[in-house]
Design a protein. Sequence first.
Length: 686
Amino acid sequence: MSGRPKMNRRILVTSALPYANGPIHIGHLVEYIQTDVWVRFQKLRGNRCIYICADDTHGTAIMIRARKEGRSEEELIAAMSEEHQRDFAGFDIQFDNYGSTHSDANREICGEFWQSLREQGLITERAIEQLYDPEAETFLADRFVRGTCPKCGRTDQAGDNCTCGHTYSPTDLIDPKSTLSGATPVMKEATHLFVQLDKLHDFLADWVDTSGALQNEVANYLKGHFLSERLRDWDISRPAPYFGFEIPDSPGNYWYVWFDAPIGYVASTCQWCASAGEQLDDWWKSDQCEVHHFIGKDITYFHTLFWPGMLKTAGYSLPTKVHIHGFLNVDGKKMSKRDGTLISAETYLKYAKPSYLRYFYASKLTSRVEDLDLGIDEFTDKVNSDLVGKVVNLASRVGKFAHKTGLSSSYPDDGGLFDAAAAAGDEIAASYEGCDYAKAMRRIMELADAANPFVEHSKPWELKKDPAREDELRDVCTVALNLFRQLAIYLAPVLPDLAAQCGELLGDPIVSWDQSRQPLLGRSVAKFKRMLDRVQTEDLKKMIDESKELAAADADESSPGTQFSDSDAPLKEEPLADEITIDDFAKVDLRVARVVSAEQVPEANKLLKLTLSLGGDERRVVFAGIKAAYQPESLVGRLVVMAANLQPRKMRFGLSEGMVTAAGPGGAEVFLLNVDEGAQPGQRVH
């Protein structure tokens, strides 16, 4: 891909709308930092690019929280909007417009989309049974139900999809629980309206296959999991009580939050147009405007099937690109309040600079749908080594001398360093354009690695001691600061603060990517000010400790000892066995193993054939009675616990060399024991 920009590009960019029911945390910031970096890059390249966002404000959770806090929904969402915008600003994330889905503009545009769906015969109506929370006295949206996946048996899964990739209705969940009250939902009938998405099947299949809007793995996932069969009707309404927009031609029913939320992109743009003197059609109905969505992988289905179908029906532009990213893990594990790793934006900013996180995320983000891992040690080492030790070091080692000498009137011989860095600009730009920030950061650090030896070899601190060598000192300062300026330009999308500091130091604000091609000469240099301090591990530990304390306080306040209500039925059905000694237990060698292959055993009613890895070349074949509970493809790659020292058992299907551990009464109700990430095949379970 060429790094050179297309001239006169007009680009509209959105991030997923944060839900107005909680604070922004570092997991959310992966997306907003990624998007902000891309937008800043486009503006630096001279393209007209606007960044549009809003709070997602409707739904049952908002209604329930407002009720508990004794205030109106409008008061709640206004307070959350202020908090969200404060947190985003703290991380140098700049929106051209930040709106709300609870706006007159959004209500009006929702009506336009709805009318289009009606006119094209895509709306149907029928009575359905839906889960209802008898304690909260409300019907439950998918997100407020969790339970056991009916396909793979994983517990604590969302109401509409499982981490195994299977989608379903909340009513299909095994042992569902309301996340609002913890109560077991009951079935209750209500009238719902549906979008018949399958009527758009041919259009969506063609768009996914040929538009180039999706990463290859996403397109293949959609074609294999959804477009290979009939698309199910999309339940687009919710009955009262519900906080949202009432459907004009269906009194008592409200548009489901996933209908009006993406339309919020258009409504927020409409608000921006009103203030900027622009026409909405130039941004949402013009083939001269690119539309780019940045989203997490958990909302792929909505943004790549429902949303394009809605846009097509209403006559709006389809996305030019849907950039999908993975989740954030911390030290190899899912973020956890208990571990203190679910860190709010507000807490982070008490202990660390936003530049640190912006750079670390940029160094990890690629164009693929991959999870990121934030290791505390890696975070510290990368920031201190790259930003402080390489980039800022280049300026700090000559800055105090350059204030007195100024810059030379002609560019000195630097062995080709400046020209090489200028030539790298197109390659770095192409990486930014393609959202492969990690590649861009690696290339920029290569330039820093090449530049620093020049200063080390020139020893400006020695030249300063000899007045007769002032011209030589000036030349060294000129080279070092121009090489630093190139790095600051290339890093400007990621580190806007550093770019501003560079502009102040050299009296030339960074406003264009092409500034990297021409050195600054014959000018004074401002007094050098400290640019970036090293990350202190002690501060990060304090941040985690505070996050743990806040999480503990929230748990005590929201669920004082009543958050668990496990049934005693399983224990009654199968009482505890007789006591054994620790020596008895030690005879069973339980090991972590990875499923490297899983296949059906056609002639067996209950068995799947699993090939397990204990690390290295050590493999065991196990026949497990889990056929009714798991599809083989959902098991591959999964960590399980196996009894590794059982005497092999000869079966008519082959030799079974162990046993995997599971719970449940049998049949479809078998649940393999999970192993947390970080455990390795071959480790013993104690």
